[in-house]
Write a protein that binds this ligand. Sequence first.
Ligand code: FAD
Length: 409
Amino acid sequence: MAVTSSPSAAETTQYDLAIVGGGVVGCAIAFFAARSGLRVVVLEAANLNRGSSGSSAGNLHGQLLSPVARRYVGSARAERLTMIARVHLKAVEMWKALPDSIQSDASVAHTGGFMVAETMAGAQILEAKVSYEKAAGLPSSLLSQAEGRRLFPMLGETVVAAEHCAAEGFANALTAGPALARAARRLGASIEVHSPIRRIERTGNAATLIGDRTSWSATKVVIAAGWQSPSIDVAGAADFTVDKEALQMHVTGAIGFEPTAVVQHIEDRLTVKRTQFGTWLIGGGWPSTVAPDGSLEVNWDSVEGNCGLAARIVPTLRSTPLLRTWPALSASVGERGVVVGWLDDARTCALAVPGETGFTLAPLLGCYLAESMVRPGILGAVADDGMTMLDRWNPEESRAPDGTRCVVF
Ligand SMILES: Cc1cc2nc3c(=O)[nH]c(=O)nc-3n(C[C@H](O)[C@H](O)[C@H](O)COP(=O)(O)OP(=O)(O)OC[C@H]3O[C@@H](n4cnc5c(N)ncnc54)[C@H](O)[C@@H]3O)c2cc1C
């Protein structure tokens, strides 16, 4: 995407909102904010979508991820499962209307999803998980082995039970973020690439964003810089923690053309599905290796473990060549799921960093942050629980500054 304003223009333009980071989250915030009439600039250190977003599997997770279910089922905090499921249901619903709103299909496919168990212990966790999801309104059901294989005939024989959740699917992670950016740009947003922000200072009622050669002024700021967010020096900001996690993904050659449901595993790390291009994307959180110099390398044990598991659960993959494996970094925010909120008491600068389901949550976060810029009271402090904030907020009720329902579909 071309740079849209010169350094001198940057110095004189007063934006309503500056967004630091041009991943899917930053681009979603830009789209919703521009749509609600704000003057928006996105400041991206490198190129759009080159961080976690463009490396992601692009799965739209409605059902609870297996590590989340295993963490809370049977614990004193199990009710949290229902809340997390409600937030993800809202997020997947937003993806349904997104293609029309941004005039791009972004290869969004609402295929539904499965989570399989290979042991009876796994099946019991699935059963509990389904009950929490149903309480949240998710269309989830528990299937026997035979029912599972009737709905998804490619399932392997080791599967003893499966969950089906109709509110799942995937989008193309290579095109969704850029499509949001193009839509934001059509609505008047400026997108500036190769513009790393080093420091943010508060000046009167506004903020100054200081880059390497120039600076920008905006009334409000959102930092959406993924795992790199802590490296930005924000004057007077509250402390926050974001770690990073080195993961890897795989893509196979094409067999068939119909996109399939996303298949996950309750006791192991797996997401696998056939895309609209006939290729199968395999992931689920297996680690890549961080070299001593900090660069990422393919972890061959993970290739074997991840692809071996995928081929056991979907045996048709055994006849498919593995084309490519790539390592990538993701923000890791632990049990919080998402770190979002104001960084300063004056509510000038906010942070929006999701964790393992950040691609799914991007439109929901984008809409919420956009509304928070005109109604700062709806967003809490960054120390608050981000999932609770997203759960409390209802996109159906959000309003643009003139009172119209502008930031919702
Ligand atoms: C391998 C993998 C698979 C995944 N699969 C899924 C999935 O299937 N479903 C799902 O929901 N989630 C998935 N995720 C998580 C999801 O991809 C991320 O949570 C999401 O993409 C985060 O988007 P983001 O915009 O916050 O961050 P990023 O995409 O990392 O974007 C941050 C941007 O900020 C820029 N930046 C950094 N510092 C600065 C600075 N100082 N100034 C200006 N710009 C800066 C970076 O260059 C980058 O472009 C996956 C992640 C990985 C790594």
